[in-house]
Design a binder for this molecule. Structure first.
Ligand SMILES: [Zn+2]
Length: 281
């Protein structure tokens, strides 16, 4: 049986098959027709018996894309008018399912994953099934408000977690205190070399992330917390720091395992494939 997962993101379309094929094609700057064309060509070539589609945005179970900040051309699009996947799912939900089945979440019962990068995404698996809310649009941990009337967020509100911990938030804060407009790789280099301003900015950001994660863990009581996304690489001691902070701040009597994601950039495509294979959400 040929099974395929496709993850449509703002930078790449990625795919993953159960038989071991992995691939990606650039998606940045494409119009809707071009983007759908990539996926249709893939379907024609692989001819799957079943396939799942992950979308970087708020997509419901009927495949309607409500919001897609990093993939604006999909906003307001009904995916099933263009493609015929067996399942449509949010990319972070697909990613946590991929990690649960084949990566860092294998033996977990309540598995929470956070992706830390341009924004903060997240997904949850409970007893082997994805938890994606009433209509399937999933979790939005990056938009939990952690500071009343705080920093402006890309979503239009203020004080969200990702307005404090994300690549854009760290870049903004560094610019504010130093006057220099730098991208994350350079701020990261300065942080690692011990530059005082970079350390101050990154440590403050980690403090806010800790608050967000502490709230999530307190509410959801997961046994495995998986951290993925580019900022895990950019801040090499992030996972250790967070682990140490949580060990002091958590009062719930459970053992929380914190791990880095294992499937890298293909976790969403892998999860979409395995969700299509399982036939259940
Ligand atoms: Zn927000």
């Amino acid at each position: 049986m040929r099974l395929l997962g496709v993850d449509v993101g703002g930078t790449f379309v990625k795919w993953w098959t159960l038989s071991g094929e992995r691939g990606k094609a650039p998606s940045r700057g494409l119009d809707l027709r071009g983007l759908m064309g990539i996926v249709r060509d893939l379907i024609d070539r692989i001819n799957p018996d079943s396939w799942g589609l992950a979308i970087a945005g708020l997509v419901d179970r009927e495949g309607f894309v409500w919001k897609a900040p990093n993939l604006k051309i999909l906003e307001g699009v009904r995916i099933l008018d263009h493609l015929n996947p067996d399942i449509v799912v949010n990319d972070a939900t697909a990613a946590v399912y991929g990690e649960y089945r084949m990566g860092a979440g294998r033996e977990g019962r309540v598995v929470l994953m956070l992706t830390l990068g341009t924004g903060v995404g997240g997904g949850l698996v409970v007893d082997g099934r994805i938890f994606d809310g009433t209509n399937g649009t999933g979790l939005e941990p990056g938009h939990m408000i952690i500071v009343p009337d705080g920093e402006p967020c890309n979503c239009g509100r203020r004080g969200c977690l990702e307005a404090y911990f994300s690549s854009y938030a760290i870049e903004r804060e560094y610019r504010r205190i130093s006057g220099e407009s730098l991208k994350i790789p350079e701020i990261s280099r300065r942080y690692i070399s011990g530059e005082e301003k970079a350390r101050r900015v990154v440590e403050r950001s980690i403090g806010h992330l800790h608050l967000g994660v502490l709230n999530l863990v307190t509410v959801l009581n997961p046994d495995v917390l998986i951290l993925g996304g580019g900022l895990i690489r950019d801040i090499p001691d992030l996972v250790d720091r967070l682990r140490s902070m949580l060990s002091k701040s958590l009062f719930t009597p459970h053992r929380l395992i914190i791990r880095e994601a294992e499937l890298g950039e293909f976790s969403g495509a892998c999860g979409a494939c395995l969700l299509a294979a399982s036939g259940t959400r």
